[in-house]
Design a protein around this ligand. Structure first.
Ligand code: ZN
Length: 447
């Protein structure tokens, strides 16, 4: 038996389609060829801050175990399905497929890492593909080979999660999704922290159903394949489910964020975790967004909480000069109107600054608050006439309306990769499949 990794990306457009659905269709075709899988299908979210992303910037990889003489047939099935199901007529849809035989090399793994945290070029992908005897199929410009190769290289050996995606039948696509909201709440109650981002705690809105014309009915995110399968069994759908697939994924793991040593290291399109001191009082800009600057001894950078409502914006509003914070987020380049800006996904308030106010002293004679007689002239009491030439202003420490800790955007506006606060402490440190034996289809695919 031979290992074949099949990576592909960029088959969808803003108008419809979904690369995960193409993967589901390929899995069905491959099941007919009786080839095996040695791991779950991978859904790898790439750097959400690159300038050319499609909707979710997710790439797919199927990890196949087959007889050497089956390889050509597998390639044919994949190429045909990608070609047929891609939104090729749409501008910006540039599918690419990569086939890689054997063990994934560390150079490909490193490439995958960079595709999540920074910006890579198609040229780099092509060079690696050539060097390691992989094979690429490109449609149009084939930008999708970047994601295809990255999905192959992503090993998810450390933290990872799972998502079960259920798909709609053709005739229902484009219509409102018919999911029983109370069954989603029921699932959350029953499975607790084994699943995440199902319901928005602020609005009660169900988050498992996307909006738009794509074939996804719902996606259930969770810690294990078993948990998301269990969730799928609890959720009640009032429309038929065409098929479902469980993906192993880097969603909800903060895989895109890299800690920058200092503010001078912050670069456009490279999502960061950066520490600094709030330089001045935050200001509210048009649209209700909050902008503030942080500084360290290497420089300053603008940060923004882009959320008209929600917890992160509320926290940002309350920051004051001197607060020690860590900002987690993507970095937007400098534009004609704005400087380079870190778009905050999370704010860690490490040490709130002490807020002091200075007030005139109370009269030592009658207890009334006194009036200043001018700089250096002391204070006088308007009630009893007491003069205190040596009296000074009294300093009060005002209690801040916020506590140190980690604050995140509300679940409804979280990015795919953002680790929800609920996942802290549940991070995995090892691969969930070490044996690399055949994974039965029923574990990750069904109708
Ligand atoms: Zn007095």
């Amino acid at each position: 038996m031979e290992k074949l990794h099949v990576g592909f990306d960029d088959t969808d457009s803003r108008k419809g389609g979904c690369t995960t659905y193409v993967a589901a269709l390929i899995i069905e075709q491959l099941s007919k060829l009786r080839v095996s899988f040695f791991d779950y299908p991978f859904l790898v979210r790439l750097n959400p801050n690159v300038p050319w992303k499609t909707r979710g910037n997710g790439a797919l990889c199927l990890r196949i175990l087959c007889e050497p003489q089956q390889i050509d047939e597998v390639k044919e099935v994949v190429a045909e399905t990608v070609e047929k199901e891609s939104e090729l007529s749409e501008a910006g849809t540039e599918p690419g497929i990569v086939f890689f035989k054997g063990e994934v090399l560390s150079a490909v793994e490193a490439f995958a890492e960079r595709t999540m945290t920074s910006v890579v070029t198609k040229k780099e992908a092509l060079k690696l593909i050539k060097k390691h005897n992989a094979e690429a199929i490109r449609f149009k410009t084939g930008r999708g080979i970047i994601g295809g190769l990255a999905a192959i290289g992503a090993q998810l050996k450390g933290d990872h999660t799972f998502e079960l995606i259920a798909y709609r039948t053709k005739q229902n696509r484009g219509t409102p999704r018919k999911i029983d909201g109370s069954s989603v709440l029921q699932m959350e109650r029953q499975l607790g922290r084994q699943v995440f981002n199902n319901v928005d705690p602020e609005t009660g809105r169900v988050l498992i159903t996307p909006r738009g014309p794509d074939p996804v009915l719902y996606g259930i995110r969770g810690e294990t394949a078993e948990a998301v399968k269990r969730g799928h069994e609890i959720v009640v759908s009032h429309e038929p489910i065409e098929r479902w697939t469980i993906f192993k994924t880097n969603q909800g793991t903060d895989a895109h964020l890299k800690r920058a040593v200092s503010i001078s290291d912050v670069k456009p399109y490279n999502p960061v975790i950066i520490r600094g001191e709030v330089a001045a009082k935050p200001r509210v800009i048009q649209g209700g967004h909050v902008v503030f600057q942080i500084r360290d001894n290497t420089g300053k950078v603008d940060c923004a909480a882009y959320e008209p409502t929600g917890t992160l914006r509320d926290l940002a509003m309350k920051l004051i000069q001197g607060d020690l914070v860590e900002i987690y987020g993507g970095v937007r380049p400098k534009s004609q109107t704005n400087p380079m800006t870190v778009n905050a996904e999370k704010i860690h308030l490490i040490k709130p600054a002490v807020l002091l106010v200075y007030r005139n002293p109370l009269c030592p004679s009658c207890g009334k608050r006194m009036k200043s007689m001018g700089r250096g002239q002391g204070f006088e009491c308007l009630k009893c006439g007491f003069h205190g030439k040596t009296l000074k202003k009294t300093v009060y420490e005002i209690e801040r309306p916020l506590k140190p800790g980690l604050y995140a955007t509300s679940p409804h506006s979280q990015r795919h990769l953002t680790k929800p606060l609920l996942r802290y402490g549940l991070e995995k440190t090892g691969n969930t499949r070490l044996d690399e034996q055949v994974l039965p289809y029923k574990f990750f695919y069904g109708h």
